[in-house]
Design a protein around this ligand. Structure first.
Ligand code: FAD
Length: 458
């Protein structure tokens, strides 16, 4: 009996899964395995919201594999040691896995290759599982990655799009391979109360529903905070419960301005992945160092605490931070505004904000989180690094009736219309009746401070 092992990492699905497909075609029996690696916890990456969502994904994946005659094998420990033990136990000739992007994933891949070679087993690392276009496939002349989005997008869009693979119909897993119990979200403490349900089945339902109901209006409405009509597919894409290639394929088939705008957003995901693959250090160090540094000390600590807790006195910033705490997710416009406020109005190091986001975001992702933070902070790939988002003007534009703010800040629920964005302007008794803090800093003071630090005038 020939046996192949499929090592699952950030690709928890059966549809459009090149490693699973290749393994099922090449061997009579397949061992789909997920290894829970304590090193991920030690690196501080195992936030409760993602652990709970991961548990849903693993439960769902096991169910989908069982429908096809297989099952998921779960192990705990060093993935290299666990896969090597499985290969020896089952006499497998091949291991298939998705190519990773982070420094962590690449080290794991290299170690696995070395260990398996010594045992005469081949490792196949598949591209195009996590991203649509593999990092490094399109590069500008003279560089190993694109540093600006627009030219990257142009080249990315011209690449041929692979047709998504169907899920294998039947799978056989060797009977004598033991599995640790599947984790369950109920075993994870401190999960955000509004966390979405994970798993490929949920992802596919959501994709189909969203394409039918909202894709057509996506271009016009994606910044409407109260309307909340973006796809909310990011956590499923992060865990690979949904293939980015399939999402792009199905959107593009429908066509129209909404589809173009959605596909462009997914391209941002690939863009950040190719930057990180070429510059793994950008997860922590400034991609483009700027002069000036950041505020430190007790006052900066207090401001950071107010930002984290959603009590800066700027209603839109606070609403978005409270959405993050409640759902483990935040609207993209909210992420832009809150990140700009921390890095450019409070002048606190973007790494502090990125760490807080990673502690809560269910889609929290080294490539997308760290590089979006750098983009907003002006240390990344933004071609206008000194622009500062004004949270009041942004609020009036993207939450014109104040519905989003009132949804998340009950203290302000009694203020009608756009006046909710500037509670400090309420007169006498009206202001006294609202239990909500004054702004931590005036916007013009914040702007002056930022310009002084950066030595910039635009
Ligand atoms: P949609 O608008 O429906 O977009 C479709 C998909 O495109 C998203 O699911 C996502 O995979 C991708 N996408 C959209 N915008 C971006 C972008 N700017 N960068 C990269 N991919 C994008 N996204 C994450 O997936 N993980 C993160 O950790 C993360 N951190 C962020 C931190 C900051 C400071 C900022 C400004 C943005 C961050 N984003 C992150 C990007 C973006 O905010 C989310 O992907 C988006 O809000 C998810 O909602 P959606 O699925 O409804 O997006």
């Amino acid at each position: 009996m020939t046996v192949s092992v499929v090592l699952y990492t950030a690709d928890l699905r059966v549809h459009d899964h090149p490693p699973l497909r290749a393994a099922a075609l090449s061997a009579e029996e397949v061992v789909p395995v997920f290894v829970r690696d304590p090193a991920v916890d030690r690196a501080g990456f195992a936030a409760p919201n993602r652990l709970a969502f991961l548990a849903d994904c693993l439960q769902d994946l096991d169910g989908s594999l069982r429908e096809r005659g297989g099952r998921l094998v779960v192990r705990e420990g060093d993935p290299v040691a666990e896969v090597r033990a499985l290969v020896r136990r089952t006499d497998a000739d091949e291991v298939h896995m998705a190519a990773g992007v982070t420094a962590f994933a690449r080290r794991r891949e290299a170690r696995l290759r070395g260990a398996l070679e010594a045992d005469g087993c081949r490792l196949y690392v598949h591209d195009g599982v996590v991203t649509v276009v593999p990092p490094g496939d399109v590069v500008p002349q003279g560089s190993d990655h694109f540093a600006v989005f627009t030219p990257y997008h142009r080249r990315w869009a011209a690449e041929p799009l692979r047709t998504p693979f169907a899920a294998p119909r039947r799978l056989r897993v060797p009977t004598d391979v033991r599995s640790a119990p599947l984790p369950h979200r109920s075993g994870v403490p401190d999960v955000s109360p509004g966390l979405p349900t994970g798993g490929e089945s949920e992802a596919r339902k959501r994709l189909a529903g969203w394409l039918a109901d909202h894709l057509a209006a996506y271009e016009d409405r994606h910044d409407d905070l109260a309307g909340d009509v973006t796809s909310r597919l990011s956590p499923y894409l992060h865990f690979g419960a949904l293939s980015a290639t399939e999402a792009v394929h199905r959107a593009a088939r429908r066509g129209g301005a909404g589809a173009d705008a959605f596909v462009r957003q997914v391209c941002w995901r690939d863009f950040h992945h190719q930057v990180l693959a070429a510059r793994p250090g950008a997860a922590e160090t400034d991609y483009r160092p700027r002069p000036g540094g950041w505020r430190t000390g007790a006052d900066a600590e207090d401001d950071l605490a107010a930002w984290r807790e959603g009590r800066t006195g700027y209603p839109l910033v606070d609403a978005a931070m409270r959405q993050l705490a409640h759902e483990g997710w935040m609207h993209n416009r909210g992420r832009l505004i809150t990140a700009s406020f921390l890095a450019k109005t409070l002048c606190v190091d973007w790494r502090e904000g990125a760490r807080h986001f990673l502690g809560l975001l269910v889609d929290g992702d080294v490539a997308n989180n760290q590089l979006n933070w750098q983009w907003v902070a002006g240390t990344g790939t933004d071609t206008r690094p000194h622009r500062v988002l004004n949270p009041v003007l942004q609020a009036k534009r993207y939450d014109p009736e104040g519905r989003y703010v009132r949804r998340w800040i009950p203290e302000l629920a009694g203020i009608e219309g756009p006046a909710v964005h500037e509670p400090w302007k309420l007169a006498g008794l009206d202001r006294a009746a609202v239990d909500y803090p004054d702004p931590v800093v005036g916007l013009s003071d914040g702007l002056a401070r930022f310009r002084l630090l950066r030595g910039s005038a635009d």
